[in-house]
Design a protein around this ligand. Structure first.
Ligand code: FO1
Length: 326
């Protein structure tokens, strides 16, 4: 079976780990390949290095190197390099980069500087983390550098700040007026991205941020059309439980684009291509309508096993939809 998933950061990576656990424990899914299309709108250049947080979070989570409590960065980290930069007064200091994590950013920046594409670089990083052996291919959504910036208004007037400054330094507490993806007007899908959608037996949308993760991937020219034309069912998992994200600031992001912070509001963002939608038990009042089949179940990714159950339910829903849509 070929599954293609659009993934953002922590929630997406954790879901993918559960998906792989479900595949491993389900004999008839043996040989399943998972292609992950990763969000690169969170990417930032710091200290002369290119950092791709959502790609790294998938690499570390699936490769077993993730800092479990944070959901990002490496386990067993030290921060000597960051301490030295601070001692020299190098800014910014609000984005925590550990020494092991710096290794990833140095390697990525070195290879990019040698003219390799982000796809090629990501494949090299992924091989170190054993993703090929897991049956996983991680593709950046685009090889074109893009960055999500957030338009805010504060005492300095109206201005755009990098997504990471809004997300990490401001903790999304300053209202976002809108999101602008610098570079998206020149972006094209990375090699294999559209093909992964077109050849999938199932397309999954993990419970990633619908605005600044999934939404950014959908903004890459051609991606949304490929999803609309998908012969495979497209099944999503609600990132909200009773209208609130389990972590992160998806509600602030939805508010910024004028969408209700609810499982129904998010489904509306995907309405032109979504076939199945898993919602939390707490949101079971959301009914199936038109092409959309809604199913309610526990959605808290409280353990790898619980997440595997959610992923299994998404696969099963996809299978039922495939039979009905033929
Ligand atoms: N998130 C934070 O809340 N604080 C940080 O200092 C921080 C550092 C960081 C470094 C590398 C990395 O890959 C991710 C990091 N994140 C941090 C998480 C990051 O902001 C989010 O993972 C995404 O970009 C949103 O999904």
């Amino acid at each position: 079976m070929h599954i293609t998933a659009l993934a953002g950061g922590v929630g997406g990576a954790r879901f993918l780990r559960g998906l792989l656990a479900h595949v491993d424990r389900t004999p008839e899914l043996a040989g399943t390949h998972v292609t992950v299309i990763g969000n690169t709108g969170d990417d930032i250049t710091l200290f002369g290095l290119r950092v791709s947080p959502d790609l790294d979070t998938v690499l570390y989570t699936l490769g077993g190197g993730i800092h479990e409590g944070q959901g990002w960065g490496r386990a067993d980290e030290t921060h000597s390099v960051q301490g030295e930069l601070a001692a020299y007064g190098v800014e910014p200091q609000w984005f925590g980069l550990g020494d092991k994590d710096f290794g990833t950013h140095v390697a990525r920046s070195l290879w990019l500087g040698q003219g390799q594409s982000l796809s090629e670089v990501t494949a090299r990083l992924a091989s170190r983390w054993g993703l090929p052996e897991l049956g996983v291919t991680l593709l950046p959504m685009s090889d074109t550098p893009v960055e999500t910036h957030v338009v805010i208004e504060d005492e300095q007037g109206q201005r755009a700040v990098h997504f990471q400054e809004w997300w990490v330094r401001m903790q999304a507490e300053v209202p976002a007026q809108r999101f602008v993806v610098a570079g998206m007007d020149r972006a094209t899908p990375a090699p294999g991205v559209l093909d992964a959608i077109r050849t999938a037996d199932l397309v999954l949308l993990p419970p990633s941020n619908p605005v600044v993760s999934i939404g950014i991937i959908l903004g890459v020219p051609g991606v949304r059309d490929a999803l609309r034309g998908s012969r495979a069912p497209v099944v999503g998992v609600s990132p909200l439980i009773s209208g609130a994200p389990v972590r992160g600031h998806a509600d602030a992001c939805l508010e910024a684009i004028g969408v209700e912070s609810s499982a129904g509001g998010v489904a509306g963002l995907y309405a032109d291509f979504l076939d199945g939608w898993l919602v939390a038990k707490e949101d079971a009042d959301l009914q199936s309508s038109g092409r959309l089949t809604v199913e309610a179940r526990p959605l808290l990714m409280s353990s790898i096993e619980a997440t595997a159950d959610i992923a299994g339910a998404a696969i099963d829903l996809g299978r039922r939809l495939a039979r009905t849509t033929g």
